[in-house]
Ligand binder design. Sequence first.
Ligand code: HPA
Length: 271
Amino acid sequence: MKERLTIAKNYIESKTNFRPEAVIVLGSGLGDYGNTVEDIVIEFPYAEIPGFPVSTAPGHAGKLTFGCKEGKKVALLSGRFHCYEGYRAAETVVPLRTMLMLGAKYVILTNAAGGINKEFSAGDLMVITDHINFSAHNALTGPNIDELGPRFPDMSFAYSKRLNKIIDEVARQEGIALRHGVYGYMVGPSYETPAEIRALRVLGADAVGMSTVHEVVAASHAGAETVAVSCISNLAAGVAKHALTMEEVLEAGKKVASRMCALVDGFLQKL
Ligand code: HPA
């Protein structure tokens, strides 16, 4: 894995001197944020970068964009890799870890998630305050990459309280309502059963999704500060009275895209 990351890093370094300060990962239906970057320095389709996996998920374009946004040097990862596609957790974080090896210190993650908390509605935005990994997968299994971080990294501060404060402030200023809650990770690709959702609620999850936690673990391992925001695209199985579809999730992503963009822009300004 270390070799793979080094190959990807070396390839990018051979093409540009740009070094991102912040990485933004765009989840289901939120890919349009990539089109709002004013000063694009260089773009790479994932398929061009040796060492990167190739994206298969619908709604995920699969490209890396380097550019400037709100005065910050950002790397946008449009499209991500998931364990439900058959990748190992360690493979899903290759793009993010490559950016961390290039020196990025801030990580902004977005995703679509199902609402478990009964107070939530479809279309809500939720800042993730913590997560529960309901799987046996971990992004850091395999030999440790000592250059990035320690073998047994602490996760007490994986979600930065400082960055969450900033995002709360931006939301207040922009008049954007924000929920806060715990994200439960399930591998998928099947959505959960109603019984699983009831169990997840008892265990402390407010929302459920199939991404993000591996990136948070990888970012925290490398000492990067992380903030993660979920678009509650639907109410989870059993909370919703109808069957869940991918179309519903992607549509909801499009509806919240402008609020999510305003939030990320405001956040970058204050960073
Ligand atoms: N469950 C799991 N992942 C999801 C959901 C859901 O209900 N909605 C969006 N991603």
